[in-house]
Write a protein that binds this ligand. Structure first.
Ligand code: SF4
Length: 73
């Protein structure tokens, strides 16, 4: 389930990449990404803590992570 205000989308190309998963887990200050053996997992419970800091966008290949502001939709 997505958060109330924010949804984070990770493209299929990087979802299974353990290195990028670790990087995302490291950079996100509110723990939205969890690095698993199978790749990156979104921690739904933390989604609404997103500060829109854009660190995840910088850590992953361009366009592979998307922050969706649901309240603007
Ligand atoms: S924008 Fe910042 S707080 Fe939001 S998911 Fe990315 S790294 Fe985490």
């Amino acid at each position: 389930m997505a958060g109330v205000f924010i949804d984070v989308k990770v493209s299929a190309e990087i979802a299974g990449d353990a290195d990028i998963a670790r990087k995302l887990e490291e950079v996100c200050p509110v723990g939205i990404f969890a690095a698993k053996e199978a790749g990156v997992e979104i921690v739904d419970d933390n989604l609404d803590e997103c500060t829109l800091c854009d660190l995840c966008l910088e850590a992953a290949p361009k366009g592979s992570v998307e922050i969706v502001k649901l309240y603007e939709a």
